[in-house]
Each structure stands twice: as C-alpha cells, then as structure tokens.
Design a protein around this ligand. Structure first.
Ligand SMILES: C[S@@+](CC[C@H](N)C(=O)[O-])C[C@H]1O[C@@H](n2cnc3c(N)ncnc32)[C@H](O)[C@@H]1O
Length: 231
C-alpha cells in the first residue's frame, strides 16, 4: 500500500530526481532543459499524492474540529492484544498471586488480568490504560464480575503513573517498552515485587522463573522477575 509519506515524497522530489526516474525534464542536444509530457506513472503518482494530501488534511481537520484523539496515540508502546485466558491463569499462578497482593497491570486492556486476579485469587488491582474505549470495557467487566471494591482502572500513561503500591506487576508490552520501563520499575517498586511478563522479556534482567504456554499451536514464554533478584 502507498502510505501518505510515500505520496508526499513523490511531491517532494527535485526535477533531477524525477528525471532520473523517467520523469518530466529532459536535456536536449544543445544542453537546454525542455519540458516533456509526463508519462502515465508520474501522472498517477502526482494524482495519488494530491489525493493523499487532501484526505490527510480533511481527516486531520475534522478530527481536530470534533475534538477526537488521533488514530494512533503517540504515547502508545504496544497495540491492544488481549492475553488468552489460559495464559492469564498461568501468569497469576507463576507469580503466586494471593489475597494479600496489589496487582498492577500496565496497559490493562479489557481488564481481564485484574478481574481474574480478584475473582480467582482475592487480590486487589489497578489497571493503567490510555485507550478510553478499553477503559470503559474494563470498568464494565469489573462491574459484571462484582469486583469494584477491589479493582480500579485509571486512564493514564504507564510512564506517568506511581507504581509504588504494587506487589505484583503484569506486563504484556513489547521488549522496547519493557526496556524503557526498567528504570521506573527499579526506582518505584519495592524489593521482592514480582513481575510477570507474557511473551516479551525485560532485556538484561534474569528471570527467577519461566514457563512456556501453548498459544495457537506455538510455545510462548512467560517470565517472572523479582525486583532485587533480577541480576
Ligand atoms: C498487548 S495489550 C495487553 C492488554 C492486557 N494487559 C492483557 O494482557 O490482556 C497492551 C495494552 O497496553 C496499552 N498501552 C500501550 N501503551 C500504553 C501507555 N503508554 N500507557 C498505558 N497503556 C498503554 C494498549 O492500549 C493495550 O491495551
């Protein structure tokens, strides 16, 4: 697919670049530059560029006018993919969640990890999530499961939140996000806080335990880290 940047790049090319690509300006025998009719490919690229620019402009203006958030939240460090239920159970078992725990799910999606931690293990929980629709879904799920007294969802960027009350942290983000989180985890979490990661490791840290779960016919890792015992 041709993205808007490629379309705009087509607009930004210099005449000599365009010429090199079989474009519009040619040099004749006496060294003069002369305009030639554009070939069909160039015409199509320019039409696409103009159409792309128009769509981008209209889209941006209408999103702004309606006060809507941009399509991709620039704060996002991972797309929404729910953890399969059997993996949720494995993660909570691996870190041995109990009713004494305060579980923080960083990027809590539809709230399933916290609902399960509260329902099956009696834990309390806080979910941090930037996607408003998912925050609404998670709050509905918490209400439906009758665990409002133990679980809450905060619509907030994980990098802005105070993680210090957590005794367990669950992560299904990407390795790059986990790498960025490392200093915050070390600064705010108490020694002994358990961290369960599905699929993506915390680079440079040694897990104290790990397990493999089968998801869609393939083995996927779960890692458990412990603050203070990760090196
Ligand atoms: C892979 S999903 C995991 C959802 C849920 N934890 C689960 O396991 O089912 C990652 C979630 O992180 C959220 N997210 C991404 N960047 C975030 C940020 N900077 N602050 C808060 N949430 C974020 C996404 O909106 C998405 O819901």
């Amino acid at each position: 697919m041709i993205g808007p940047e490629m379309r705009l790049n087509a607009l930004n090319r210099t005449p000599s670049e365009e010429n090199a690509r079989g474009g519009v300006i040619v040099t004749v025998g006496n060294g003069d530059a002369r305009m030639q009719p554009m070939n069909l490919g160039v015409q199509i690229r320019i039409c696409l560029a103009l159409a792309g620019l128009a769509v981008a402009t209209v889209g941006a203006n209408s999103a702004e006018a309606q006060g809507r958030a941009p399509l991709v939240d620039p704060r996002s460090v991972a797309p929404y993919v729910p953890t399969p239920w059997h993996v949720v159970d494995r993660m909570l078992d691996l870190v041995q969640v109990t009713e004494h725990d305060m579980v923080y799910d960083l990027g809590s999606g539809d709230g399933r990890i916290l609902v399960r931690a509260a329902k099956a293990h009696g834990a309390r929980g806080v979910g941090l999530e930037i996607n408003h629709d998912l925050v609404v879904d998670a709050r509905l799920a918490i209400g439906a499961a009758n665990v409002e007294d133990r679980v809450k969802i905060v619509e907030q960027d994980i990098f802005e939140a105070d993680l210090s009350p957590a005794s367990v942290v669950t992560l299904f983000l990407m390795t790059s996000a986990n790498r960025r989180l490392k200093p915050k985890l070390l600064e705010e979490l108490r020694p002994g806080t358990r961290i369960a990661c599905y699929k993506w490791e915390i680079p440079g840290w040694n897990p104290v335990k790990s397990a493999t779960v089968e998801v869609s016919g393939a083995g996927q890792p779960i890692y458990m880290y412990e603050v203070g015992a990760h090196q």
